[in-house]
Structure formats: C-alpha cells, structure tokens
Design a protein around this ligand. Structure first.
Ligand code: GLN
Length: 196
C-alpha cells in the first residue's frame, strides 16, 4: 500500500501560485486539495501556503477566518509549508512590518530582500536534507531569513542568506519549488514533515 496516497495535502487557494503546487502534489501521489473555503481545511494532513503577495494573502486569511481555522488545525497536528509569501506569513517577525501573519516560526524575515536589481533569478542550492544533487531554485521578489531562534533548523542558504528552514511541523522556502520539475522538496515536506 502506498502511504502517500492516503495523505490529503491542501494548497491555500486565495491568491498566488496555487495550480503549480497542486500539480506537484499530485505528481507526488497525494490527494491534492485546492483550499478555497475554510471548511476545506478539515481533514488535511498538511497545507501549503503559496507565493504571491503576503499582505494580500494575510488580509484575505483574516477576512474569511482562515487564520483562526489554520491555527486550530495546526493544534490538531496539521503540518504547514510556506513558499515565498508563505514563508513571510509563517514568520513571527517580519522586519519593519505589522502586516497580518500566522507567526508559527521563530524566524526573522526581511521582504523583497535581494533588492531591485535581482527581482527574480535562479540559483543552484545545496540542500543536504533532500540529497546531494543541487536544487535549481527560482526566486521571485523573494524574502530571506535574517536570523533564526534556537529550535529552527537551517536547511539551505544562498549567498550566505538563509532561504530554507524547518521548525518541527513547519517548513519554509524563500524560493518557488513548484516552478521546477524537481519534486524533492515537496517529497521532503510529505515524507519528513507531514509524515515524520
Ligand atoms: N514579495 C512578495 C511579498 O512580500 C513575495 C513574492 C513571492 O511570493 N514570489 O509578499
């Protein structure tokens, strides 16, 4: 029996790069759920908060009550993976911003942190947790993690900056792993963070 086929993983479908994550999850053999209503969070083993605009996603989450229900489901053991804007929304501290957030992870995050000259770029990252092969990462107006508190595991850096981290059932990446064909980061979330 394939364990993954029993897992239900949602993608918060309020705004941003939703479809690509759903396709990736299906490619990994999970039940992928497009989360459009608060009730869609019921029964999920994991949730992906996609890239997009973190201020917009944060506002919509509050307006429709997703924030409250996501926190309740996390209390029941749901794992969460935030990519790019999703990373920002998972941080306790967003440098210089009071925008709405979930604040699950003890990380200090800076938005649009790589500067205007490098709005978007690709880079090969060493991510030992997913294997020896470098991962081709796509960064789009990306944040980075300035620093982490104890208990947060740094999984990847680019140019010395922290761009992927894990704290228990929470995973974040500053880049967009759904925009490549490489499934290893989604597999890591499913196998290690959701099932681990
Ligand atoms: N710059 C966006 C923000 O601050 C994030 C960009 C992205 O998700 N690709 O929310």
């Amino acid at each position: 029996m394939n364990l993954k086929s029993n897992l239900r993983i949602g993608v918060l479908g309020l705004q941003g790069a939703v479809k690509e994550h759903l396709d990736m999850l299906e490619g990994c053999g999970c039940n992928a759920v497009d989360v459009r209503k608060v009730g869609d969070l019921q029964g999920l083993d994991g949730l992906i908060i996609p890239g997009g605009e973190s201020t917009t996603i944060g506002k919509l989450m509050e307006r429709y009550g997703f924030d409250v229900e996501i926190k309740r489901r996390v209390g029941e053991g749901m794992a969460v993976f935030g990519t790019c804007a999703g990373l920002i929304l998972l941080a306790k501290d967003i440098v210089g911003s009071s925008q709405a957030r979930l604040g699950f992870m003890d990380i200090h995050v800076r938005r649009n942190a790589f500067g205007r000259q490098v709005e978007s770029f690709e880079a090969d990252l060493d991510i030992p947790a997913i294997g020896a092969e470098p991962f081709r990462a796509v960064f789009i107006r990306a944040p980075y993690i300035e620093s982490v508190e104890p208990g947060v595991e740094v999984l990847a850096r680019f140019d010395g900056k922290i761009v992927m981290a894990r704290e228990g059932r929470f995973l974040v990446s500053a880049f967009h792993p759904e925009l490549t064909r490489d499934k290893r980061i989604h597999e890591y979330f499913i196998e290690k963070v959701v099932s681990g």
